[in-house]
Design a protein around this ligand. Structure first.
Ligand code: ZN
Ligand code: ZN
Length: 347
């Protein structure tokens, strides 16, 4: 049982790994997921092709990846610009920016995992385009691409999609990573993320998928039980810098991880996924290594990792599981999606 503190080099904080707290080891018993069988097209889904949205706009009869401006944007050109001045030291400013939605596929019933590398690749090209286009706007300093998957992370519409927030500020996690990477570069002359990849390869236990140009692993310093990172092996500040070959290799690594997530408990595995890319404020971010981070909230099929005293109250993480054990579970899961195979896993 792992009981120690591990340094999170990208966040520059300690993670307490107290695996002995996880009352008992997961006994690999299969939990039947009472999954609703979804139709390919849903008449009142605001993401399906040809359907009207709340704004009155009608979705194109799209065949591949479909992008539109969010009808309920958190940041947008319509945000009020005349603001009341707050009291004392308090500050405010207009919530300008652009919020978009990206549908992965016209199929209501599929997921990123089921789309596989061939279906993820065109999406990644759109991620590149969005980063370039939105990042080029003078008012945009940061382009956040993220997917919330599953009801436990608040998603009511299962139609596979992600969101883009192009904001006039840099999100905190990016800011912290950039600073950690800059400091590491100054101290050692090396790219921090390259050192992380090297350590993961040297250890090997937590690597879930790897090919010539990309790697997927559960980091040594994971805060969530199944927290994972998928990254190109070469250092690029954003996804926009990847070659077509690197993009295909990244898609393969991401697909391999997502399939194992779903196969673990034979259910759609919920997660929060975010692309960690360099800010678009015009500064040099040569030391930033673009990567995708996945934060699954579950520890067991029906057990959420609750964020409580240390996490919410104090901004530090207690992990009840060792990433090596969770990685072993994923590595043992089949590489073919359970919905694509008739064979069930042995109980
Ligand atoms: Zn739909
Ligand atoms: Zn990151």
């Amino acid at each position: 049982m792992v009981w120690e503190q591990r340094w999170h080099p990208l966040r520059r904080e300690w993670v307490v790994v107290a695996a002995h707290r996880n009352n008992r080891p997961w006994n690999s018993e299969q939990v039947a997921h009472v999954g609703r069988v979804l139709p390919r097209h849903v008449p009142d889904c605001y993401l399906c092709p040809g359907n009207p949205r709340v704004s009155g706009a009608v979705n194109a009869d799209y065949a591949g990846v479909f992008v539109f401006d969010n009808d309920h944007p958190c940041v947008g050109p319509a945000a009020p610009t005349e603001l009341a001045t707050p009291a004392g030291i308090y500050r405010n400013r207009p919530a300008t920016g652009i919020a978009r939605v990206i549908c992965y596929t016209p199929r209501h019933d599929l997921s990123l995992a089921e789309l596989g590398a061939a279906g993820i690749l065109p999406l990644m090209r759109v991620w590149q385009e969005q980063y370039r286009e939105l990042g080029a706007r003078p008012e945009v300093e940061h382009v956040l691409v993220f997917e919330n998957r599953g009801e436990v992370v608040g998603v009511s519409n299962p139609h596979p999609h992600c969101q883009v927030y192009a904001t006039n500020f840099v999100f905190k996690t990016t800011e912290i990573e950039i600073e950690a990477e800059r400091e590491h570069q100054e101290e050692t002359g090396r790219v921090l993320f390259q050192d992380i990849i090297a350590a993961e390869q040297a250890d090997g236990q937590r690597v879930i998928a790897e090919n010539e140009g990309a790697i997927a692993f559960l980091p040594y310093f994971a805060r969530y039980a199944y927290e994972a990172i998928v990254a190109p092996k070469a250092t690029h500040a954003s996804i926009a810098e990847l070659s077509e070959l690197e993009l295909a290799q990244l898609a393969e690594a991401l697909a391999a991880l997502l399939v194992r997530f779903d196969n673990l408990w034979q259910m759609p595995f919920p997660y929060v996924m975010a692309l960690h890319q360099a800010p678009t404020d015009g500064r040099d971010y040569g030391h930033h290594h673009f990567h995708i981070q996945l934060h699954p909230p579950l520890r067991k099929p029906n057990l959420l990792k609750y964020l409580a005293g240390p996490e919410v109250g104090a901004g530090g993480f207690i992990s009840d599981t060792a990433p090596e054990d969770k990685a072993a579970e994923l590595r043992a899961a089949p590489a073919v999606h359970y919905k694509h195979t008739a064979a069930r896993r042995p109980a």
